[in-house]
Design a protein around this ligand. Structure first.
Ligand code: XMP
Length: 531
């Protein structure tokens, strides 16, 4: 582990009075399990399946969930759980691979099935249970979502069957004495309509969590933690980007340490219309947080001059941003901490199974090298939260719905929405197009249904007619996608009449644009941004 990763390891003691621990075997749905558990007011963390027993004991979870996995328990090198973990005398819930490993380790039998069961299935209840929703009475059938190749064909002698399906005779099993539950299907996905209730019942009824974790509880605990970490005299700087995460982090830290926080807003000149003014008005005028607004548009434009290659443009912007941030920080004088809006998905140590066997642990982080370079300690007050939780926390801290509900905006800003070289004229043209597109989206009540909507200025001139005159102006593209995390995305299916209206307004109101296209590429194969 490098130095950066070492600092990412999850705190060993549970930060709240009760919690669930998820041991991850590499399933693509592991984060969904965590989100469902947190939605019931229970704090939970995701750790790799091979976390040490000592560490688990000091975290002291009320219950443990074993995730699914792309691996097969039948493979010699498959990830295994240490048997001692099962002796913690707390409830366990095994999901898919988690069920199979539980069965295999306690004397049941898992077989490779001749065909993979994927999609909806019906399970029939054989015995009622406090794990089940009220409506799951004896003999009733319920829809669940399966995705498995192997299946359990014999359960350990001290387990009983609670529900069965055609493809999975042991769809739900339990061991009453040890409070172990295991399911073949995936309760964490929306295609299992009652899945969230099952996870809630496991966390509350079975593991005894109180369900009282909320953003209010989080805010109070985190403020205390920031105060303890920063101490009575140290000073903190925080870069504001105009986005939600840095704004929420800054407001939280300000509540903890007041004026010992200084925010630095490096205005790259690559932001959207009115954005820089919004940031300064909100932070300096409304919240009274000390703020340095560094206007650096000229420096960014001159560094970008003539550059056309997307990666070079990104690197140029990133490097200059760090240079300027560092210059501004030095002017403040003695600073001890650098605050960042890092989120939980960036720090989870995820398990990755390559080729079915090889196990690697990877940590993601988007620090960008600043803390090491500036020799500052890191303060990451949002590192335990998912994006939707950051939005809730922002509301708790008094940020408006409009601010916390904003679409994501990339660090390199409009520069990566202007393929080719970036000039101040092009930026100004793009801003005008973007304002119209977003205005129409809001007017149609679609803003919150869309993950991200923006415009791209194309490096192409096309011929048109306006009135009686021929035009030869630039073309632009509109892009709007739905997504849950930005990793995959689908285009937003606007009505054609909506797109026609937007195109009409853009061409009539923005001099210099005479053609509008709509980007209909999903991700993959496209990325959301154009560069
Ligand atoms: P792509 O274009 O990779 O984008 O499909 C996925 C999400 O990430 C955002 N994005 C960035 N965010 N710095 C950021 O802070 C960046 O350099 C960057 N590049 C892309 C993008 O807007 C989308 O939400």
């Amino acid at each position: 582990m490098n130095q950066c990763n070492a600092s990412l390891s999850t705190a060993e003691e549970s930060k709240f009075s009760d919690s669930i621990l998820i041991l991850d075997f590499g399933s693509q749905f592991t984060q969904l399990i965590a989100r469902r558990v947190r939605e019931c007011g229970v704090y939970c963390e995701i750790w790799p399946y091979n976390a040490s027993l000592e560490k688990i004991k000091s975290f002291a979870p009320n219950g443990i969930i074993l995730s699914g996995s792309p691996a097969s328990v039948l493979d010699a090198n498959a990830p295994k759980l240490k048997k001692e973990v099962f002796d913690l005398e707390i409830p366990f819930l095994g999901i898919c691979y988690g069920q199979q490993i539980m069965c295999q380790m306690f004397g049941g039998k898992v077989e490779s099935h001749h065909h993979r069961e994927f999609g909806s299935a019906e399970i029939k209840i054989e015995q009622e249970s406090k794990f089940f929703p009220e409506s799951w009475k004896d003999g009733t059938t319920h829809e669940v979502w399966m995705s498995h190749g192997d299946r359990v064909v014999a359960i350990p002698s001290d387990f009983k069957t609670l529900a069965a399906s055609e493809g999975a005779p042991f769809a739900v099993i339990w061991n009453e004495k040890r409070r172990f539950y295991a399911v073949q299907f995936h309760p964490e996905v929306v295609h299992t309509p009652d899945g969230a209730v099952l996870l809630r019942n496991f966390a509350l009824n079975i593991s005894g969590c109180t369900g009282k974790w909320s953003m209010e509880v989080f805010r109070d605990a985190e403020i205390k933690r920031i105060q303890d970490k920063v101490g009575e005299n140290a000073r903190v700087i925080c870069g504001l980007s105009g986005g939600v995460d840095s704004a929420v982090a800054a407001k939280l830290i300000y509540e903890a340490i007041g004026d010992r926080l200084t925010c630095i807003f490096v205005d790259t000149g690559l932001l959207r219309e009115g954005e820089a003014e919004n940031v300064t008005r909100l932070f300096r005028d409304d919240f009274h947080i000390p703020l340095i607004h560094c206007q650096a548009e000229k420096r960014f434009l001159s560094a970008l001059e003539g550059g056309r290659d997307p990666e070079t443009k990104r690197k140029t912007i990133g490097k200059l941003f760090i240079d300027i941030f560092e210059e501004e920080a030095k002017k403040i004088g003695d600073v001890d901490f650098l605050a960042q809006g890092t989120l939980y998905p960036d720090v989870i140590e995820s398990v990755s199974l390559v080729g079915g066997n090889e196990v690697t642990i990877k940590s993601h982080h988007n620090v960008g090298g600043l803390p090491e370079r500036m020799n500052l300690r890191l303060l990451e007050p949002l590192r335990d939260l998912f994006k939707d939780e950051v939005r809730l926390l922002g509301r708790e801290l008094g940020l408006s719905d409009a601010y916390v509900g904003r679409h994501p905006f990339p660090g390199p800003g409009l520069a990566i929405r202007i393929p080719g070289n970036v000039t101040s004229e092009k930026l100004s043209l793009l801003r005008k197009v973007d304002v119209i597109f977003l205005e129409e989206i809001r007017k149609a009540g679609l803003y919150n249904k869309i993950w991200q909507a923006f415009s791209v200025l194309l490096p192409v001139k096309t011929v048109g007619v306006m009135g009686d005159a021929r035009t030869y102006d630039q073309a632009c593209a509109l892009r709007a996608v739905t997504s849950s995390d930005g990793m995959t995305a689908r285009i937003y299916p606007f009505e054609i009449s909506f797109l026609e209206r937007v195109a009409g307004r853009i061409i009539n109101e923005v001099r210099g644009i005479n053609r509008v296209t709509y980007d209909i590429t999903s991700k993959p194969p496209g990325t959301i941004e154009w560069e």
